[in-house]
Design a protein around this ligand. Structure first.
Ligand code: FAD
Length: 441
């Protein structure tokens, strides 16, 4: 995300230097372990459009049109994501995206220094500190885009009284590769997010361009079915065969990879305010890291870039921009943080629950027949620019409406659409007016 922001700032005529602690990934092989693909949605794509890169990035992606659920017996259930195929998510390799954005930033005039790990910030002398103080670099304005474990945020906490909380989930994650088939063929449906929901843990897989899929298993760190309880080949294979039977043969020889990959931690970062005077600002995960269950961490960071760029177009100095940026983004990043935590339960447990599935089907019918007054929370988050806080507020009322409509219903197609229209007009339409929402997206 830092590269996109640096590009936007360079395009506005600022002289931008980017310090990156890792080596240049276009030249060095960087060890895996972190999520190697992710989904881009509308908010992220709009930021890429602003820097003229949307179409080129789309060429690096695989469209994901819906969710394919695998039950314990290997039976498949498919739910499309959007009202039609134009509403979809895009799976992209994290490495490819980073490499592409690094080059684009350089082409926009950003100077990038690699192997430059910022260790501390001397705010009063406006210097970044490297190599245990042996080296420093001066700044006029510093924007910390150094991710959830941000050194810039830590320095602001210690020296300037910024408030922060970092809440770790008891779940961790590991990535596993589903290799491609013969001639780079896809061995699972390519244009779907595959999910094996098993209550307290789940496996998911997203396609890469080369026929492979990146799988991610999410489960508790400790306890009965947990990373801790899987400590040798035998327990690993028994666990996978019991819970992910149809996926296991597709994972090839995954035992070594499983034990080599570290368990990733998942947490929510909340902080306030995200700025100090007109000198320092936090953006992206450094300010508001979230758990990955809505696929919005990077997308919301990209949306930060758009909001910041809009404010820079309106106001000359950073003293005006930084507080406005914080006030505009904070309620929305809080909302997506909460929705992402709620979704952890949905992905592990609820997607396999018949009542939940019935409500989802009813919701698709509402979107299809009453699309002028009803869009799902999922669509608002993924395919619109409706502020996250507004989507969250609308979503809460939608849950009540869906519960009322699904009561006593055996089949979604029997839903009473007249009653649905009445309920939506009574409970949702006034809220749209209050929140100034436009559902046409
Ligand atoms: C398993 C998983 C799946 C995810 N899936 C999705 C998804 O599908 N869609 C989505 O939108 N988001 C997803 N996310 C979230 C997404 O990865 C993050 O929100 C996003 O990467 C944050 O971008 P960022 O630029 O703020 O931080 P980062 O991506 O963490 O980048 C920070 C950069 O700063 C550098 N850096 C760090 N410290 C220093 C330092 N001290 N000095 C110099 N450089 C430093 C790092 O090397 C890195 O290049 C997922 C996250 C996880 C864990």
């Amino acid at each position: 995300m830092g590269c996109v922001l640096a590009t936007l700032l360079a395009n506005r005529g600022h002289s931008v230097e980017l310090f990156e602690k890792r080596p240049d990934m276009r030249r060095a092989q960087i060890g895996g372990g972190r999520s190697i693909n992710l989904v881009l949605t509308n908010r992220g794509l709009s930021a890429l459009e602003r820097v003229g890169l949307r179409e080129q990035v789309l060429e690096l992606t695989v469209p994901v049109l819906g969710r394919m659920m695998h039950d314990l017996h290997g039976e498949l259930t498919y739910q499309p994501y959007g009202k039609d195929d134009s509403e979809c998510n895009y799976s992209v390799s994290r490495g490819m995206l980073n490499e592409f954005l690094l080059t684009a930033a350089e082409e926009a005039g950003v100077a990038i220094e690699f192997n430059a790990a910022v260790e501390d910030v001397d705010f009063d002398r406006r210097r970044l500190i490297f190599e245990e103080g042996r080296r420093s670099a001066e700044f006029d304005v510093l924007i910390g885009t150094d991710g959830a474990p941000s050194v810039v945020r830590k320095a602001l906490v210690e020296k300037k009284g910024l408030e922060e909380s970092v809440d770790f989930m008891d779940w961790g994650y590991k990535e596993l590769l589903f290799p491609s088939g013969p001639d780079d063929s896809y061995l699972l449906e390519k244009n779907a997010l595959h999910i094996w929901p098993r209550g307290s843990h789940f496996l998911m897989a997203l396609a890469n361009l080369d026929g492979s899929f990146t799988g991610t298993v999410y489960m508790p760190q400790t306890g009965p079915d947990s990373f801790e309880s899987i400590d040798d080949q035998e327990s690993l294979l028994a666990f996978f065969e019991r819970h992910y039977g149809d996926a296991t043969p597709l994972l090839g020889d995954f035992v070594d990879t499983f034990f080599e990959h570290p368990v990733g931690t998942l947490g929510t970062v909340r902080s306030a305010p995200w700025y100090w005077e007109d000198k320092v600002l936090l953006v992206g995960d450094a300010a508001h890291g979230i758990v990955p269950f809505f696929g919005q961490g990077l997308n919301s960071g990209f949306e930060d870039c758009l909001v910041l760029d809009d404010l820079l177009a309106q106001h000359e100095d950073f003293a005006q921009v930084f507080p406005r940026f914080f006030n505009a983004r904070k309620p929305n990043t809080e909302a997506i943080a909460d929705m992402a935590l709620e979704n952890a339960r949905e992905m592990g447990e609820k997607v396999a629950n018949p009542t939940f599935l019935l409500k989802k089907k009813v919701e698709s019918l509402l979107e299809k027949h009453l699309g002028d007054i009803y869009r799902s929370r999922y669509a608002m988050v993924m395919y619109s620019h409706i502020p996250y806080a507004a989507a969250y507020a609308v979503g809460k009322r939608q849950k009540e409406i869906l519960a009322t409509l699904a009561e006593g219903l055996d089949r979604a197609q029997d839903v009473d659409l007249e009653r649905a229209r009445q309920l939506i007009e009574e409970k949702l339409v006034p809220l749209y007016d209050e929140l100034d929402l436009n559902l046409e997206f």
